[in-house]
Design a binder for this molecule. Structure first.
Ligand SMILES: Cc1ncc(COP(=O)(O)O)c(C=O)c1O
Length: 353
């Protein structure tokens, strides 16, 4: 990609903007002498739980670990099945496989990309133990009523699901990723599980440190999924600007959607936080070659067509595969300048398909 092109997202610009708070976080941690599981992690957990309106938060090493530990805390493993949307980032399904359980792919909605509830009901059997609902691109997805635990994959949805809007109230556990490009992004990998269930939170907490309770006594077989103090300290300051950043993303999205009303945009939602601003375009490669800015593809291959995951396919998922063929992500991040937004908008006005 040429440097001159306006990018879809920019970690460099975000880091430049947040540099003073990142340096302050590093200094604080260096002076504290505690690099893991200390006061920054505890404070971040309390602040993030309050922000999303849940009783408990457990900070972990990544979004994938947040999903995996949620599944393990529910007792899910070999012989169990977990329903997963066929159009999402691969880690949603990878986390299920990492527990030894089987992901069962179901189709998504044509307009929102959210998991299709009828397809979920059709995929249920005596082995089905949970469903993972992905809030694709930051658009809150409704939860199906299946009588099984719901894991909410909120890797794209920081700020979209709050106590006030109640949109995550039906989730048993919710998994966040703090990968640097996310709306709440850190300095490396990071994730969190939030829940109102104290027992499940305690289980995840135990599982993130080798299942160890007191000094070198292990109550569970597990691995290391800790978040560093530095990551937690950076996330604490990033959390303070999350609402402003989400407002900026919404303004960009609104401007670009208005510039190209004929594009097939992901259906709107009042609480959408636009981790990604996406439309569907037939003949995608030809169309985007004519644009004067960078675009992305999230995601180019549905899980049903991924070489490593095809063996799990049971039902056809044509709508998921159509999303993969047609999705185009547009520049949408807080540091975009108004002149860049105008360039993208004008280019879109000229190139509506
Ligand atoms: C929808 C979704 N779920 C889960 C994850 C996994 O998060 P992480 O990269 O922090 O492991 C991602 C990461 O991009 C994601 O997009």
């Amino acid at each position: 990609m040429s440097e001159a092109l306006i990018p879809v997202t920019s970690i460099a610009r975000r880091l430049a903007r947040l540099e003073p708070s990142i340096v302050a976080a590093a200094t604080r941690v260096a002076r504290s002498g505690t690099v893991l599981l200390g006061p920054e992690t505890e404070a971040f957990e309390a602040e993030f739980a309050q922000y999303v309106g849940k009783q408990r938060c457990v900070a972990v090493a990544s979004g994938t670990e947040a999903l995996r530990l949620s599944l393990v805390a529910l007792g899910i493993g070999h012989g169990d099945e977990v329903i997963v949307p066929a159009f999402t980032a691969v880690p949603t399904a990878a986390s299920v496989c990492a527990t030894g359980a089987t992901p069962v792919f179901v189709d998504v909605d044509e307009f929102t990309g959210a998991i299709d509830h009828e397809s979920c009901a059709a995929a249920m059997n005596s082995k089905t133990r949970a469903v993972i609902v992905v809030h694709l691109y930051g658009r809150p997805a409704p939860f199906p009523e299946l009588g099984i635990p719901i894991i909410s994959d909120a890797a794209h949805a920081h700020g979209a699901l709050t106590g006030a809007n109640g949109l995550d109230a039906g989730a048993t556990l919710t998994a966040y990723s703090f990968y640097p490009t996310k709306n709440l992004g850190g300095m490396g990998d990071g994730g969190a599980v939030v829940t109102d269930d104290e027992e499940l939170a305690a289980k995840v907490r135990l599982l993130r440190t080798h299942g160890m309770t007191e000094g070198y006594v292990h109550r569970e077989v597990s691995t290391n999924a800790r978040m560093s103090e530095f990551e937690a300290a950076v996330l604490r300051s990033a959390l303070r600007v999350l609402d402003d950043d989400n407002r900026a993303r919404r303004r960009v999205a609104e401007r670009l959607r208005l510039a190209a009303p004929m594009l097939r945009w992901q259906e709107s939602h009042p609480d959408h936080v636009f981790h990604l601003l996406v439309a569907r375009v037939a003949d995608r490669e030809r169309w985007r070659a004519s644009l004067g800015f960078a675009t992305g593809t999230h995601y180019p291959v549905a899980l049903t067509r991924q070489p490593a995951y095809q063996r799990f396919v049971r039902a056809e998922c044509p709508r998921a595969e159509a999303w993969a063929e047609e999705c185009v992500s547009f520049p949408c991040f807080a540091e975009l300048t108004s002149s860049e937004i105008a360039v993208v908008a004008e280019s879109l006005e000229r190139c509506q398909s």
